[in-house]
Design a protein around this ligand. Structure first.
Ligand code: GCU
Length: 628
């Protein structure tokens, strides 16, 4: 089902297709690596009035915040920091490229979070876990002596949308990343990223002291272990003075952690936090934990972490995936948000489309992330992280429209109150230039509908994790592997039988609903008030259950799958109608991917309906396209 990657040279510019040779008049208070970038970008691409960059403290501006003012035919960019001025420069250019009125512009911008960070799941051998855009950007073999041009382009793209941190390596971390040899390679990247305001962080393996220096234990309370980490951190900061800190996946899916030594997650995180504290480094400790047990998997992270609330050092942030299971096409939010009032929390989103058709399917994810923020107040979080979808492919992300997810992640991390539509609009205009407004409106509609379309043809009405074993691309609700962990099999999640389908997480079932705040818990607990998009997440529902549409659950399921297929076919028509306005290369790339997506949507519909029909025993309604 995979096409070979076509060279999409034109896609390599991402959303930064700025004019060259504009010769704008720009002044800055001084020369510095960061200010020089801001000045050069504006000199080349800014077509308006002279611009003055001013470093100035201002009560209304946070460190990276900025103000843009237009007065007497002069534009003044103000920020307390150089990075803030760089962001202001990119913002001004964004306004120009998206056709906003700069003359009347009086913009004040502050980031919602101080930490807006990408997580690369990149391995040292350049494979990328759940990566669908070629190899890892980091060429560890060649580093630190040979430096790819892409490193700078990567930093520039991030700076243009306000991303200010990057975790270079996979959470399933190789201890090797902390070796003296690799730290020099990391330093080379950090040096390139620094002028762009982008800090480097590393994922660390909790058993590194054992793997790298043959310590007999990695027990976080052991003196030798504590000393080892202190020395390692000192070594890192000697090489990279502005190093950001560690990301840790511990006691999860086979990774080592403090629980191996009878210690808690808090004890493990705090030991690392103490080592980093003198240098202002932080620990991002992941709450993605579950094990084969009697407890519903959706409940496990909460059961393990909620009792630790208040026990973490203040330079630890607990990083929680948006939903309680694992980046499914749709999940309710993770109830850990809101439950740990005394612990800084950050949300982890997945930009790479592990469960959303990889880089073959067009799925614009801003609406999904906005859905999360409807439940979790942005102000209750300390930071946001996004699992990157970036690789060596000429177009960076495998699918031109997947670039929009990198873009949207950055924009929402800067300001979650931005709308999905505005972000799509910005991205379209910068990526494809200005289109006739009806074409632009159609492309935007396609983007805005695309996530729901994927939910429809993959897992509507709260279904989840019915993916094929391992690769998580196609459907395999029937999957059975003798001896496999039950919670790794789709039947654990869909629970289809003659009576109905869905996971009973109500008070009569696993009672996962009780982890939510009372009003929501009540709403989700009752089959009649539970929102239909979460119905089969929280309830085992009889096939004949009456849905809001008046249809039976079975008929409704058929309609959702069928709708998903139709939606993708509409996307194909919308895209074809844009042919005249898009360069041939990107046009054909997206067109062929949409063909794959349309075929896959039919595959999902047919596979799931024919399989579930064995349980429902009900006919597929005639208005639904017959399965092949
Ligand atoms: C998912 C994913 C893994 C990843 C894990 C994680 O389970 O399939 O590849 O390692 O999440 O987030 O740690």
């Amino acid at each position: 089902v995979f096409v070979t990657q076509m060279a999409a040279e034109d896609g390599s510019h991402l959303w930064l297709r700025l004019p060259a040779n504009a010769h704008a008049e720009i002044s800055a208070p001084r020369q510095s690596p960061t200010l020089n970038i801001a000045v050069e970008e504006l000199q080349q691409a800014w077509k308006g009035a002279p611009v003055r960059l001013v470093i100035q403290k201002d009560k209304q501006l946070q460190a990276e915040g900025f103000r843009i003012r237009h007065e007497d035919n002069k534009i003044t960019l103000t920020s307390p920091t150089e990075t803030g001025l760089l962001y202001a420069a990119y913002h001004l250019l964004r306004m120009q490229e998206t056709g906003q009125n700069v003359v009347e512009a009086q913009t004040t911008e502050n980031p919602a979070y101080n930490l807006r960070i990408l997580n690369h799941w990149d391995n040292m051998d350049r494979t990328v876990e759940r990566g669908y855009a070629g190899q890892s950007l980091w060429n560890w073999e060649e580093l630190p002596n040979t430096l790819s041009d892409r490193y700078k382009e990567y930093a520039r793209a991030n700076a243009s949308i306000g991303i200010n941190g990057t975790v270079l390596n996979n959470v399933n971390a190789s201890p090797k990343i902390l070796s003296a040899e690799y730290l020099q390679k990391v330093k080379a990247l950090a040096d390139i990223f620094r002028p762009y305001g982008l800090r480097v962080y590393l994922s660390v393996n909790f058993a590194s002291p054992m793997a790298l220096d043959s310590l007999s234990t990695a027990d976080p309370l052991d003196k030798e272990v504590i000393r080892w980490w202190k020395n390692k951190v000192k070594e890192i900061y000697r090489i990279i003075p502005d190093f950001g800190g560690f990301l840790v996946k511990a006691n999860s899916e086979g990774q080592p952690g403090p629980c191996d030594f009878g210690r808690t997650h808090a004890e493990g995180a705090n030991m690392l936090a103490d080592a980093l504290k003198p240098y202002k480094g932080i620990v991002m400790w992941r709450a993605f934990v579950y094990s084969p047990s009697d407890a519903d998997r959706a409940k496990q992270a909460y059961l393990e972490f909620e009792p630790l609330d208040g026990q973490f050092r203040n330079n630890v942030i607990v990083q929680v995936k948006n939903g309680p299971i694992d980046f499914q096409p749709r999940e309710p939010y993770s109830p850990l948000f809101g439950a740990m009032q005394h612990t800084p929390l950050m949300a982890e989103f997945q930009v790479t489309q592990e469960y959303l058709g990889h880089s073959n399917h067009l799925a614009y994810l801003a609406p999904m992330w906005k859905e999360f923020f409807e439940f979790v107040a942005p102000a209750s979080l300390k930071a946001v992280a996004g699992v990157a979808n970036i690789g060596t492919d000429a177009n960076w992300c495998g699918h031109t429209f997947a670039q929009a997810n990198w873009y949207a992640f950055g924009r929402l991390a800067w300001q979650p109150s931005l709308s999905s539509g505005n972000i799509a609009d910005e991205w379209l205009k910068q990526t494809f230039g200005s289109q006739p407004s009806d074409i632009n409106a159609q492309l935007k509609k396609m983007m805005l509908d695309s996530h729901e379309a994927v939910v429809n043809y993959m897992m509507p009405l709260g279904l989840h994790h019915i993916f094929a074993w391992g690769h998580h691309y196609g459907p395999e609700p029937w999957c059975s592997i003798p001896g496999a962990r039950p919670d790794w099999l789709p039947s654990y999640y869909h629970r289809a039988d003659k009576q109905g389908i869905g996971f009973d997480r109500s008070s009569k079932g696993s009672n996962a609903v009780a982890q939510y705040p009372e009003t929501l818990a009540k709403q989700y607990d009752n089959i009649d008030t539970c929102p239909e998009e979460y119905l089969l997440w929280f309830h085992h529902v009889p096939w004949s259950h009456r849905m809001k549409s008046g249809r039976s659950l079975w008929d409704e399921l058929c309609h959702h799958y069928d709708n998903g297929v139709r939606q993708v076919r509409d996307f194909q028509k919308i895209w074809d109608a844009a042919e005249k306005y898009i360069d041939a290369e990107r046009f054909h790339e997206v067109q062929s991917k949409l063909k794959i997506q349309a075929r896959d949507a039919v595959w999902w519909k047919d596979a799931c309906l024919l399989y579930f029909q064995e349980f429902s025993g009900m006919p597929i309604p005639y208005e639904i396209e017959r399965p092949i």
